[in-house]
Write a protein that binds this ligand. Structure first.
Ligand SMILES: *Cc1c(COP(=O)(O)O)cnc(C)c1O
Length: 415
């Protein structure tokens, strides 16, 4: 076991951090230690600049012409290619559009239709719920289609894969525990059984290197408002491997996915390439904000990012277990950094109250029912001393039992 670092050792880690200067490119309020970038990434002047330009120049001055002059019409595919570089996707396979929930529906429906002789969708019982809800919706469109769930129908997803499975929908990192799946190995298993696979990258895009092409993935979806810092409600993305783009048909056959949207034809004709996965008019201002956020990644080496992410989360686990021992916290995330996303979760009977007390003291993480307190570590703007300071506050709240105060028992709408 590694010796417990003291404050000066932690400060030395910050001084040696190759990503240290990225912190200055984000704005975070004074007195806040932000450990919730896995729910909503931080704001940046780069984003404000793009928003300002999009509103006051492109919209205000160019009006409808801006669809052409400012490149609004092509933004979903241009940003898709830019984002594709962060998830191991060569050009023409990624598009930015809609929400993750909607994109799950589109690609899952497309994948199911590509296996007409099979009727099973495999997913995880402890998946982020919207993925399951959308899978239910997709299954309901095809008579006889059923969901088979890990943790319900068998303990491990591998045991659920057979020759009846059309498509497997997996979260690359589990939103609650932070457990990381082996994308390459599971994709191979799916293909060996003749099934297709959809990866949900909400908790890995911008958190670590992702290699969709190398893993031979079929489809993927993900958020841009978490580790990619695109802003609240920023549009999501989807990936369809080039080899499937001719055959894959998505169910939301809107005019933006039409082969000739401005011919205003009566019947639908699916466009070619990744554009056929668009549906309707996109949120231009949010897209322009996302452009600012994605530009920041030009200066980031994802291997260095991953190393820092593991070091931050290792340090957090080590400090919490050393300084908060005996207060009923139980590690829920994998201890092995190589099997963990960029977050650490602990279970505690009074997790909700503890998180409320932490937030009041400026340490912002979040709570996931029934008992998980979750801390996200965004390597672009979280430092090692932040980890140290957060654990000191947590220790104080547990030792003084500050969380027992009545006001922390009242539930807020968003946790
Ligand atoms: C955050 C998250 C979503 C969110 O979906 P929205 O449609 O953006 O609300 C979906 N899936 C996973 C795994 C997530 O973590």
């Amino acid at each position: 076991m590694k010796a417990l670092p003291d404050l000066s050792a932690v400060e030395a880690m910050d001084a040696a951090d190759p990503l240290r200067s990225m912190r200055e490119r984000f704005v975070l309020p004074e007195g806040v230690i932000y450990l919730d970038g896995n729910s909503l990434g931080a704001a940046s002047p780069a984003v404000f600049g793009e928003l300002q330009k999009a509103a006051t120049q492109e919209w205000a001055e160019d009006l409808i012409r801006a669809w052409n002059t400012a490149g609004w019409f092509d933004m979903p595919v241009v940003l898709g290619d830019q984002l594709g570089r962060l998830i191991g996707a060569t050009a023409g396979q990624t598009v930015v559009c809609d929400t993750t929930s909607i994109n799950i529906y589109k690609v899952l429906h497309a994948a199911l239709a590509m296996r007409p002789d099979r009727h099973v969708i495999v997913a995880e019982g402890d998946s982020f719920p919207t993925d399951l809800y959308m899978a239910e919706g997709v299954a309901s469109t095809r008579p006889g289609a059923v969901l088979r769930l890990e943790g319900v129908d068998a303990a491990n997803v591998e045991e659920l894969i057979d020759d009846q499975v059309a498509v497997i929908l997996l979260n690359h990192v589990n939103y609650k525990s932070g457990e990381l799946r082996d994308m390459a190995a599971l994709t191979r298993k799916a293909h060996d059984a003749g099934a297709l696979i959809v990866w949900d990258l909400c908790h890995t895009a911008g958190a670590m290197p992702v290699e969709l092409d190398k893993a031979n993935a079929d489809f993927a979806v993900g958020c841009t408002y978490k580790y990619l810092n695109g802003g609240p409600g920023a549009p999501a993305f989807l990936y369809v491997a080039t080899r499937h783009q001719g055959e894959a048909r998505q169910p939301l056959s809107g005019w933006w996915g039409h082969a000739r949207p401005f011919a205003f034809e009566q019947g639908y004709a699916a466009g070619s390439g990744i554009r056929r996965f668009l549906c309707g008019t996109q949120p231009v201002l949010s897209m322009r904000a996302l452009k600012g956020a994605l530009d920041l990644w030009d200066d980031v080496d994802l291997t260095v990012l991953r190393e820092k992410s593991i070091a931050l989360t290792d340090l957090f686990i080590q400090l919490v277990e050393a300084k908060c021992a005996g207060y009923g916290l139980e590690l829920e995330s994998p201890r092995d950094g190589s099997k963990r996303g960029s977050q650490v979760s602990f279970m505690h009977e009074h997790g909700y109250r503890i998180m409320r007390a932490l937030i009041e003291r400026g340490v912002i993480g979040d709570f996931r029912a029934p008992s998980t307190i979750r801390f996200g570590f965004t390597p672009l703007y979280v430092g090692y001393k932040d980890v140290w300071a957060a654990v000191a506050v947590l220790e104080d709240i547990l030792r003084t039992e500050a969380w027992k105060d009545e006001r922390f028992g009242v539930r807020t709408a968003v946790t």
